[in-house]
Design a protein around this ligand. Structure first.
Ligand code: EPZ
Length: 419
């Protein structure tokens, strides 16, 4: 297992190229199962989660080739069982259920366990499949869905914590080959859902309304192969903007969609940072003292839960009292105890972190836990006095392509050590 060592206090400057979106690439790769023809997906980030998805596609019978960021998939024949030993590595594997059900009218996938950010139920996914006419069997740690045929239906995906991103993806991928028209109400509006719908429409699907709370899918007989470039990773982009905020003179991020980052750039401006840019790029620089902020995570276009931990790291040294409320995954505060070990003063009150800004943080050995909490520790290490050692770096490698190399190119004193 590698660890990352950061010598804090070195200002960042320069520009960094943002990779393709993990959370867009994963469902789009799953969607290639919907056709027997060849699909070519560009800008697939070199991440362990994407490798796991390629392993699952291969296990399901697809021919998969990867040449740097370009993945070619041809699923001429597929079997319909995604086994535990692969699925357990990545919860998002659940998004092969929809395309397998859509194409083969059956699918068996090992149930995703919970994870450190909280319980990860799939009741909304299963509600959607049942509305399309599928039977659902949960047994022996597996979920099996099957149907003689799929009929279009009107489905609400509203749950206790709002809507579901992968649930919206799964139902869309099952409905594209159903008989008749499906309306998904209370659909997720994330850009990654729109990217998937755009890819499915290139394959011959008839989807309208992606990006709004109501998506309408007119079922077709079959889909054909297509080429598609994945959108920029808005969470990696936001993470590097916060790196520029927390430790930068001026940092520019390139190959991004600023419109996908509005809630993050609005929050950073509210903290007294200058954020500006042209189409495709954004720059950030300090503007005096970092101001405190009261923040609540929301479904898109609200402030993303995947940026919550990174904001806690930034607010740890903002002047005054801040609060961060997590409304999507109320337990998603694994980063707090580690930030406190670095000198942050944060108290948890249910799903709200109350942060009292300190002058600076102190480097320390810390433990990565989930993907975004780990990124928050890297950000804190950039600012902290002294050396921060982050163990279990595989968590970071799940969602950030070469984060140490990219930060090093911006002037960070950061190294990856094999242990
Ligand atoms: C996607 O997960 C992302 N993952 C997550 O990013 C992201 O945090 C999340 O959406 C929210 O934006 C991928 O896209 C691969 P949800 P997903 O279903 O779809 C509850 C990262 O760091 N819920 O939108 O699995 C659920 O418990 C990852 O890149 C149900 O109750 O999340 C949560 O509280 C972490 N029943 C809320 O809804 C269900 O059937 C939102 O979950 C499904 C979800």
């Amino acid at each position: 297992m590698d660890k990352i060592i950061i010598h804090g206090g070195h200002p960042l400057a320069g520009s960094v190229k943002i990779s393709g979106s993990k959370n867009s690439a994963l469902p789009i790769l799953a969607a290639t199962l919907l056709t027997k023809e060849t699909c070519v997906i560009q800008r697939v980030p070199d991440l362990s989660d994407c490798h796991y998805m390629l392993q699952i596609l291969a296990h399901l019978g697809a021919d998969v080739e990867r040449a740097s960021g370009i993945v070619t998939v041809k699923a001429e024949k597929v079997n319909c069982v995604a086994p535990y030993e692969i699925v357990r590595k990545m919860r998002a594997s659940i998004c092969v259920l929809g395309p397998l059900l859509g194409r083969e009218k059956e699918a068996t996938v090992s149930l995703p366990g919970g994870c450190v950010i909280g319980d990860r139920p799939i009741d909304l996914h299963l509600r959607g499949f049942q509305a399309l006419g599928a039977a659902v069997r949960v047994h022996g740690g597996n979920v099996k869905v099957f149907a003689p045929s799929l009929q279009g239906a009107t489905i609400s995906l509203k749950g206790k914590f709002g809507t579901t991103v992968l649930g919206t993806d799964n139902i869309m991928m099952a409905a594209v080959l159903a008989d008749g028209t499906t309306a998904i109400e209370d659909a997720a509006c994330e850009p990654e859902v729109v990217d998937l719908a755009n890819f499915l429409n290139k394959m011959g699907a008839k989807i309208e309304g992606a990006g709004t709370a109501r998506i309408v899918i007119e079922g077709v007989k079959e889909l054909h192969g297509a080429e598609h470039e994945v959108i920029a990773d808005r969470i990696e982009a936001g993470t590097f903007l916060i790196a520029g905020a927390i430790a930068g003179k001026e940092v520019t991020i390139n190959r991004v969609r600023p419109d996908h980052l509005s809630a993050v750039t609005d929050a950073l401006r509210a903290c007294n940072f200058s954020v500006y840019g042209t189409n495709g790029s954004l720059s950030i620089c300090a503007n005096g003292t970092t101001k405190s902020l009261d923040l609540k995570t929301q479904p898109y276009p609200g402030f993303p839960t995947d940026m919550q931990a990174q904001m806690c790291a930034l607010l740890s040294t903002a002047a005054g009292e801040s609060s961060v409320t997590e409304s999507i995954f109320p337990q998603r505060f694994m980063h707090v105890s580690e930030l406190k070990r670095m000198g942050a003063t944060i108290e948890l009150d249910g799903a709200t972190a109350k942060i009292r800004g300190v002058d600076t943080l102190s480097g320390a050995p810390v433990m990565a836990s989930d993907l975004r909490a780990s990124a928050a520790l890297v950000l804190a290490g950039l600012l902290a006095e002294g050396t921060t050692e982050i163990n279990r770096v595989y968590h970071i490698d799940r969602g950030y392509e070469m984060i140490d190399e990219k930060l090093g190119e911006l002037g960070a004193r950061i190294e990856r050590v094999k242990v």
